[in-house]
Write a protein that binds this ligand. Structure first.
Ligand code: GLA
Length: 394
């Protein structure tokens, strides 16, 4: 059996060889940052709400060697090509769009006045792309840690997460909230965290022993995310704007109760009312799931996750047929406790809580039944909570 240590040294050797082939010479500095899975709290982050999130043992590594020329050369072992850019004039690379996450972080840090050191860098990721597990936040945070290390400046993890979010918002053009970058920067080993997206802090929320977190990747690609995501955000903002006429003190949906929404439901366009209702209920479910986990109340975990899935389907309308097929497959599988969509929706992954002793049976059953309905081969695997972004010291 391959131990974790073996696979770490194997990965390191593989990256070293790729680095030597590309740049000639060995890397001297290594950083890493994990992907994340949200156990509860879809689209609550940009409504200043709560999310129960977990950084996972799928991560992105960067192996690098500093350069004195004020340039960054960045290549990937997962994706074609790479690019070179000067730190004093950072532009987009439309031919290699993945490098824009690296460029964006460099641009924001440099705009904030940090002295950046250039480097040759090789990236390797075990976070699947486009499945809702935050591969982009992982490369952003690994890049930020790299600049921090090479430039020897202070950048606390919350500020680092904000830099990554600004890189997405202002440079890449994805109007995301703080969830992904915060989870990647501040996630903790062996525990989920309950993130407060308004105050940008968190507390730990441990997963009971005997409960496994299982990623159920539908392999349905998310294509609509960009425009649909922006539309959902705008609908939430419209709801807040209308409700402010009745409740001048509210500034986000986090401040609105279900009763307040019901009292003025007819003042909102029906679609806006549905979006707001989902967010308000989902936000409460985050707190309720944290409690259900702490009390090891499996039936309640299951109910809350099912309600989240139903709301995402009927009210927020971010569920596609493959996600429903996956939900059917996993709900019928042995050991299933609960499941719901992860990330932004529109395809990608579901996350399930499973009786740890039955994980293998669960995976075998769902992997067999899901393709019968979709013709797609899913990827279903357990994950563990891993540490947030940092240096890799070998
Ligand atoms: C994406 C965004 C996050 C968050 C989730 C949905 O992952 O990047 O900010 O809004 O969708 O919860």
């Amino acid at each position: 059996m391959v131990s974790e240590h073996d696979s770490i040294s194997e990965r390191r050797r593989m990256m070293e060889s790729a680095f030597v082939r590309r740049f000639g010479g060995a890397p001297t500095v290594w950083t890493r940052a994990p992907g994340r899975v949200d156990l509860m709290g879809s689209h609550t982050d940009y409504n200043e709400g709560f999310v129960l999130t977990m950084s996972i043992d799928r991560d992105t590594w960067i192996a690098a060697r500093p350069r004195t020329t004020g340039r960054v050369a960045i290549y990937s072992m997962n994706l074609e090509g790479g690019s070179v850019f000067p730190l004093d004039n950072i532009d987009h690379d439309d031919t290699h769009p993945w490098t824009n996450y690296v460029r964006g972080v460099a641009k924001i840090l440099s705009d904030l006045g940090y002295e950046l050191t250039g480097f040759d860098g090789m990236v390797h990721s075990t976070v699947p792309f486009g499945s809702g597990l935050s591969s982009s936040a992982a490369i952003e945070m690994a890049t930020a840690v790299m600049f921090r290390r090479l430039g020897d400046f202070n950048l606390d993890p919350v500020s680092m997460a904000l830099v990554g979010q600004r890189a997405e918002n202002d440079f890449v053009g994805m109007n995301c909230g703080i969830l992904d970058q915060y989870s990647s920067a501040l996630g903790q080993e062996a525990t989920a965290i309950l993130l407060d997206c308004r105050h940008l802090n968190h507390q730990t929320a441990s997963i009971p022993p005997g409960v496994a977190v299982v990623i159920c990747d539908t392999k349905a690609h998310r294509e609509l995310t960009g425009s649909e995501y922006g539309e959902r955000r705008a609908q939430c903002e419209e709801g807040v704007h209308i409700l402010q006429q009745f409740y001048p003190d509210i500034s986000a949906l986090r401040d609105v109760s279900s009763e307040q929404l019901s009292a003025h439901a007819e003042s909102l366009p029906p679609v806006v009312e549905r979006r707001c209702r989902f967010i308000i209920q989902e936000n409460q479910r985050v707190l309720d799931l944290a409690r259900a986990l702490s009390e090891n109340d499996r039936p309640r975990m299951g109910r809350l996750m099912s309600e989240s899935f139903a709301g995402a389907r009927d009210l927020y309308e971010i569920v596609v047929p493959e996600m429903e097929a996956m939900m059917d497959a996993i709900s019928a599988a042995p050991g299933f406790i609960g499941g719901r969509g992860a990330g932004a929706g529109f395809g990608g992954c579901l996350v399930a809580l499973v009786d740890a002793a039955r994980t293998d049976e669960f995976i075998a059953s769902a992997s067999e039944s899901y393709p019968q309905k979709t013709g797609l081969r899913p990827d279903i695997y357990p994950v563990r909570a891993a540490a947030g972004a940092g240096n890799l010291d070998f």
